[in-house]
Design a protein around this ligand. Structure first.
Ligand SMILES: *Cc1c(COP(=O)(O)O)cnc(C)c1O
Length: 376
């Protein structure tokens, strides 16, 4: 196969976005979050996580998240180290009683299913799978004690509305909201554990998991926590819960991650809370998808508009245009990380549209893509 070199194309400065970060995680960190880090440089950074300054910070993060999500009484925000991937493992030990049902519609949703399938102490999970580009719906099934949903499948740009399946009394609904939390609406009545990591909508760093837990989820954690099931301490949700309610983590958290998360929560709460943030992402998504529909060489990958994500946009390009070359040229011009998800293997661009990413910059991105495609 002939190797063609990507041509050098300079995008006129007037077309460029003010901020060129469109990564789907880690995502754009607002400069105010870095300012918050500088402000915390002598009072938080380099101080004990067992002392009031850091405990108050953890407490602030927990109460601001409860406010952002408008959590009902009795819910708790719990947190621990290791990111969402670690939460999957923790959930196999501390949230799934015996058997889980998983909706699999991309890379991330497949991973929790895999974790449950390989856990020796759990029964075989039920897996409902569809090809990337849409999502299946959960259905009540005998013997299932946890329904595993994904609010936004980051690898494909599919979002789903969260609904508790009917006739599943006593079962939990656990939602991977890693890329959705803070940018998409949800109703706590439909969910028991809404878990995420702070490096997507919250624009912080990775390495932490957080979960909003309903009274039923807390009861399950306590039930399994007082059973004799073996759990590694670092993945024990009972230990995480006990620490979290004291505004602590079981082991040392990354303090900078918490500072930047807290600063983002201040910005979110001051700008319309969750509805305001979801509105920002919805505006960006409208710009991106309507642009793609108006170009005969671009198409939204997700055919059903109701399944299209407002926080992660996936746009297929005509085979005559090499999407990798487009994202490489964008990168050379400072417009970063528009590559499609590796394993999806499509001729596609993928665009982060998290609340912190300005809609004007998404519009500028579309003009940059137009320029590159015309010049290729
Ligand atoms: C990014 C992502 C993850 C992985 O998060 P980590 O913090 O890296 O473990 C899991 N699920 C979804 C939907 C994601 O977008």
């Amino acid at each position: 196969m002939a190797v063609t070199e990507t041509p050098t194309i300079t995008i006129p400065a007037a077309l460029l976005p003010a901020d060129g970060r469109f990564c789907c995680g880690p995502s754009k960190v607002r400069s105010e979050q870095i300012d918050a880090l500088v402000a915390a440089s002598a009072t938080i950074m380099g101080t004990s996580h067992r002392k009031p300054a850091v405990k108050n910070l953890v407490g602030d993060v927990r109460s601001k998240l409860s406010e952002l999500f408008a959590l009902p009484d009795g819910w708790e925000i719990i947190l621990g180290n290791g990111g969402s991937t670690m939460f999957w493992d923790a959930a196999t030990f501390g949230l799934v009683r015996e058997r889980s049902q998983h909706l699999v519609f991309g890379e991330f949703s497949s991973k929790f299913a895999e974790a449950c399938a390989t856990a020796p102490h759990l029964g075989d999970p039920s897996v409902i799978k569809v090809d990337p580009g849409s999502h299946p719906d959960p259905t009540a099934e005998a013997g299932i004690d946890l329904y595993a949903l994904t609010h936004n499948e980051t690898s494909t740009g599919v979002a789903m509305e969260l609904r508790r399946p009917a006739d599943t009394d006593g079962a939990l609904v656990a939602v991977d909201a890693t890329s959705a939390a803070g940018g998409l609406m949800w109703d706590p009545a439909e969910v028991d554990a809404y878990y995420f990591a702070p490096q997507k909508c919250f624009g912080s760093d990775g390495g932490l998991w957080l979960s909003a837990c309903s009274p039923a989820a807390l009861e399950r954690i306590n039930e399994i926590g007082s059973s004799n099931r073996w759990r590694p301490a670092s993945l024990d949700l009972q230990i995480a819960l006990d620490n979290s309610t004291q505004n602590q983590t079981y082991n040392t958290p990354a303090l900078a991650t918490l500072v930047m998360l807290d600063a983002q929560l201040d910005w979110m709460l001051a700008n319309g809370s969750l509805a305001g943030m979801a509105g920002r992402s919805a505006t960006s998504a409208e710009i991106l998808y309507s642009w793609a529909e108006s170009r005969d060489w671009a198409t939204p990958f997700v055919t059903n508009p109701a399944h299209r994500s407002n926080v992660v946009g996936t746009i297929d390009l005509d085979d005559s245009i090499d999407a990798t070359a487009v994202s490489d040229i964008l990168r050379a011009n400072g417009v970063l990380d528009t590559d499609s998800y590796r394993k999806l293997g499509r001729n596609q661009l993928r665009v982060g549209m998290f609340p912190a990413i300005d809609s004007a910059d998404v519009a500028a991105l579309t003009a940059c893509i137009d320029h590159v495609v015309a010049a290729l």
